[in-house]
Write a protein of this length. Structure first.
Length: 56
């Protein structure tokens, strides 16, 4: 997994705001939000553990 850029998070938030603001659809959080959050946390943990192992 690569590092998550803040631009990715910004674009997702922007899509949600645009869709809700225009009223085209109803946006609900579903399992994808939890999967996305899990991937972010796993990426942070793997990066931290890799950095610690590299320093040794």
């Amino acid at each position: 997994m690569g590092k998550l850029a803040m631009a990715d998070v910004f674009l997702i938030a922007l899509y949600i705001v645009i869709v809700k603001g225009v009223g085209l659809a109803k946006v609900e959080t579903a399992w994808g939000l939890y999967l996305f959050t899990g991937c972010i946390l796993a990426s942070i943990a793997i990066g931290h553990l890799t950095e610690r192992a590299r320093r040794r």
